[in-house]
Design a protein around this ligand. Sequence first.
Ligand code: PMP
Length: 384
Amino acid sequence: LVSDLLKIEDLDTFKKRLVDIDSSLVKRAGNIKEGVEGCIGDTPLIRIKSLSEYTGCDILAKAEFLNGAGNSPKDRVALSIIEMAEERGLLIPHSGDTIYEGTVGSTGISLAVICRARGYKAHICMPNDVAIEKSDLLLKLGAEVERVRPAPIVDQNQFVNLARTRAAEHTASSDKPGRGLFADQFETEANWRAHLKGTGPEIYEQTGGSLDAFVSGAGTGGTISGVALFLKSKLPDIKIVLADPPGSGLFNRIKYGVMFDPKEREGTRRRHQVDTIIEGIGINRVTHNFDVGRELIDDAIRVNDDQAISMARWLVEHDGIFVGSSSAVNCVAATKLAKTLGPGHRIVTILCDSGARHLSKFWKSTEPVGGAENDVSLHAILDA
Ligand code: PMP
């Protein structure tokens, strides 16, 4: 039947292919992933051709949205948090144990998926201005979701504080089975250790140890710290550069050593609230996860919303890469850094999640890609 279906010349190629397949059998045997947890890590490193051509540098992006549980770098973190808790006897599967977390989405989605796979429940607290598709997805995964008014970290109802309280309430309650575990992505060492163990070594191996700079935004700081700790231990001269969105204090922390811009007038500093469409990165406190790698960060680049939106459109238009807001910020910063360093350097950054998680917010205001709006040049994007 096969030879009937194939033309004679195809058949020869097909037979050769069969021999090749047989000879690679031994090598590929066993390449079966153990559940969703087995699909976490070993993500591809993609050359972003349009940005590389424009800058004369090699701009590479770690495609973390291809992690196969919750489709973001947070898969690594969620698995690390759960495994560490299991090792310490803090979680018992199918006992009613529930993981509580405050998140703008990605960590919650990764936790909800792995909780399903391992027999735990997930309860997610998130700000109510986060893209609705993230909470819809969490609900479909069977997580409990509390959307709360955005509030400063000193407020007890701030989403992270609320998750901590809910975990304690669960453990204290006699009505609920099992215990409540607060995942605590901002402060737990399980977060940066996941990147020290996985993301950092993978980047080192995939580049053959040849790279000049690593660029990343920080939400908890786990990615930039964990990757920086690994890469600087192998390549002491590598530049670690923070990509920071509007309103975040981390840029100032790296540039001036304080969380505010010293050029701003004293009275306006603390009340200075900047609205941004960018989700997942930018923060106004130094978390443990940021602090652990802080001294390894050499520089910071500020990226605004217009630059991020235009870059996201550019990446679809020219490279077919469809990403969310934090990935676009990373790509703007990587391109700016390439222009500063000059041609011939190799820069690695992170693609965190897909644009599909951002249709109702970050991607909402834009026309479909392919229209006249795309005549904007990279030069104009970097200058916006
Ligand atoms: N991108 C997205 C979409 C995120 O949700 C996060 C984490 N909140 C980050 C980037 C930042 O990663 P990290 O927490 O490791 O700093």
